[in-house]
Design a protein around this ligand. Structure first.
Ligand code: FES
Length: 165
């Protein structure tokens, strides 16, 4: 059973969550390290972990939720098999990233902040990857890609879906 299936079925590994939380709760400013460790362990931060983190750090659930909301890297559910982080900042906008975002949604069924229905691709917005000279720029599974256009984007999506290109 993959992570997505377990989440949909409501599985939550409280024992393992508590183990991760306990391993980091003694650190200075432990909230962020704990959340990163949870995401590393499970691929996302389950909302049922929030009260456990809050209790361990003696802070409110709202504070933990606030940290999760502030940092866009934290996920509330597992990512797809591949993650495309597409830059939406100014240089990439000027070079047409919005049309690529529309293409991803309309042609490939992949909306920003979501995972495609087949679980192949999660699309995240990011704001400047420091690769403005090669805009529109993105990261696919952490690897930088630049000068994206419709052809290159379609090829990336096809690869993510297992099609040979
Ligand atoms: S604005 Fe997109 S990489 Fe800098």
């Amino acid at each position: 059973m993959n992570i997505e299936t377990r989440v949909l079925q409501g599985d939550f590994d409280e024992v393992r969550t508590r183990r991760v939380v306990d391993a980091h709760s003694g650190l200075e400013g432990a909230c962020l390290p704990i959340l990163h460790a949870l995401q590393e362990a499970f691929g996302y931060v389950d909302k049922r972990a929030i009260p456990i983190v809050a209790d361990a750090l003696n802070i409110s659930k709202a504070e933990v939720h606030g940290v999760i909301s502030f940092y866009h890297d934290f996920r509330g559910r597992p990512a797809g098999r591949h993650v495309l982080k597409l830059c939406r900042a100014e240089a990439c906008q000027a070079m047409g990233v919005d049309a690529l975002v529309d293409r991803l949604a309309n042609l490939h069924g992949c909306n920003a902040g979501e995972t495609s229905a087949d679980g192949a691709l999660t699309l995240d917005n990011v704001y400047c990857l420091g690769n403005c000279a090669l805009s529109p720029a993105a990261l696919i599974d952490g690897e930088p890609v630049g000068r994206l256009n419709e052809t290159r984007l379609d090829a990336i999506v096809a690869r993510c879906r297992g099609a040979v290109q």
